[in-house]
Design a protein around this ligand. Structure first.
Ligand code: THU
Length: 163
């Protein structure tokens, strides 16, 4: 029997001044998008902003529904919009901003499992890593250099035989 440790490096920044100019702008764009989230049921608002390799920035925010499962997370609103509007254009980075209207959130909210699976499909297709940058309403910024970091042993199209 063998055992293998799987880990990843998480960068933690105290302020956005430690980020590159592009990443700081992307995080601010995600924060601005968060305010337009439609989240009357959870009162939990999430904004996402993607930087594409052609320089375009695409935003998304969570869109809830009275039939709860019909709503969609901010990250998927953004990546699906990018896929629809700029097919084949690689995603360089994703910034995510989350806050609750009910309590102060100080720990960055990483994408949920469904969003990780959706985003990693783009990472696998484009064959280049997507940087994630996350911040709550207050507190540190978390960053990792690939979606694969937060979805180890990911399922993907290669398992279906179309490597
Ligand atoms: N939400 C996101 O937008 N992204 C995530 O990764 C986690 C959760 C949204 C979905 C729902 O509208 C609200 O946050 C509470 O779960």
């Amino acid at each position: 029997m063998k055992k293998k440790q799987i880990g990843f490096e998480l960068s933690i920044f105290e302020t956005s001044d430690e980020l590159s100019k592009d990443e700081k702008k992307l995080l601010e764009t995600a924060e601005a998008a968060r305010y337009d989230a439609y989240a009357p049921y959870s009162n939990f608002q999430v904004g996402a902003a993607l930087l594409l390799e052609n320089g375009q920035i695409i935003i998304g925010n969570n869109q809830e529904n009275a039939s709860y499962p019909s709503g969609l997370c901010a990250e998927r609103v953004a990546v699906f919009q990018a896929g629809a509007r700029y097919p084949g254009v690689a995603i360089v980075s994703i910034a995510i901003s989350a806050a609750s209207k009910e309590h102060l959130l100080e720990v960055p909210a990483a994408p949920c499992g469904n969003c990780r699976q959706s985003i990693i499909e783009y990472e696998q297709r484009q064959k280049s890593p997507i940087t994630l940058i996350m911040r709550a309403e207050k507190g540190p910024i978390y960053s990792c250099t690939s979606v694969a970091d937060i979805l180890p042993l990911a399922f993907g199209s290669s398992f279906l035989g179309d490597s």
